[in-house]
Design a protein around this ligand. Structure first.
Ligand SMILES: NC(=O)c1ccc[n+]([C@@H]2O[C@H](COP(=O)([O-])OP(=O)(O)OC[C@H]3O[C@@H](n4cnc5c(N)ncnc54)[C@H](O)[C@@H]3O)[C@@H](O)[C@H]2O)c1
Length: 280
């Protein structure tokens, strides 16, 4: 039986690569806030012979989008969710970034969970930024209640304290916090997904040369640092992420759940051990 893929951020760089790769074996339910690019991409896919069951434009943070999206999945078997939608530091203020990257992710998982059947799997795109930020109970206990209406208010003194008056750092701090929380969310949900015989995993991309990655390279310093630190010696391609997602969603990854895969060309390792020599 053909499986169905719910793909968020479908009009984005990673989304497009995932649609084409997964589309070889899945019916596609596509969603993105960018309505016109989504519609034209869905039309291209259909013209190329892919099975696009639905292309539904909307903001993932909008509760009225989620119920129809889940209904689009149907009830005829296990589902695959690949969640790529998100904002980077150059794309918004820290509160908006946190709301899209974390709060909308929680709402999406909450919406999908009632229809999970055995064999279902979610691949959530996090970021190496979540690994580079040290963990602190100061913010983790706040991030553990992501649907608290006072979430950003409670985080404000922490975020502003970390920025130490440098307001240009606020979006990056919000981004790192959001992605660290997503990494933790995937670990937290693994038990309840397992009870449904379903798996949930995350991928942390390094610098990937998508529209988002190129914007970060043009407008921030951290992105170039991340790319230059990659021991493999190049920036990532969207297909690198799609191939990792395909593996994690496959039966070959049946024993992998509640964990993260860094697909970063080794950037995190390179940054952590910059200047170190090999022990002999
Ligand atoms: N590109 C990189 O270097 C990089 C690195 C680490 C992590 N990531 C993460 O990978 C994911 C995908 O990034 P990408 O490079 O494909 O970016 P992209 O900007 O090319 O695509 C992201 C898509 O998400 C959509 N989107 C944004 N906000 C939305 C919302 N509220 N509701 C619905 N859709 C929304 C956008 O319209 C866009 O099409 C993101 O979560 C990003 O944080 C990217």
């Amino acid at each position: 039986m053909t499986r169905t893929l719910l793909l968020t951020g479908a009009a984005g760089g990673m989304g497009r690569a995932c649609a084409r790769l997964f589309g070889a074996t899945h019916d596609l339910v596509l969603t993105d806030v960018a309505a016109a690019p989504l519609e034209s991409f869905a039309q291209d896919l259909t013209n190329e012979g892919y099975s696009v069951r639905q292309a539904r434009a909307g903001d993932l943070g909008d509760a009225s989008l989620l119920a129809p999206l889940v209904a689009d999945l149907g009830t005829d078997g296990p589902v695959t969710l690949v969640h790529t939608a998100g904002l980077s530091p150059a794309m918004g203020d820290w509160k908006t970034i946190l709301t899209v990257n974390l709060v909308a992710t929680v709402k999406l998982l909450d919406a999908v969970e009632p229809v999970l059947t055995p064999g279902s799997v979610a691949v959530v795109i996090a970021s190496t930024a979540g690994h580079m930020l040290p963990q602190s109970p100061d913010w983790l206990q706040i991030l553990d209640s992501p649907l608290d209406p006072d979430l950003t208010e409670k985080l404000t003194p922490i975020v502003e304290g970390m920025a130490q008056g440098a307001t240009e750092y606020l979006p990056g701090i919000g981004y790192s916090l959001s992605k660290q929380a997503v990494l933790r969310l995937v670990e937290q949900r693994a038990r309840s997904w397992g009870q449904r015989r379903a798996r949930i995993v995350s991928i942390s991309p390094g610098l990937i040369l998508t529209p988002m990655g190129r914007k970060e390279l043009a407008e921030t310093q951290g992105a170039a640092q991340m790319m230059d630190a990659a021991p493999v010696g190049r920036g990532g391609r969207a297909i690198d992420i799609a191939l990792a997602a395909q593996f994690l969603a496959s039966e070959q990854a049946a024993f992998i759940s509640g964990t993260d895969l860094r697909v970063d060309g080794g950037s995190v390792a390179g940054l952590r051990f910059a200047g170190a020599t090999n022990p002999s």
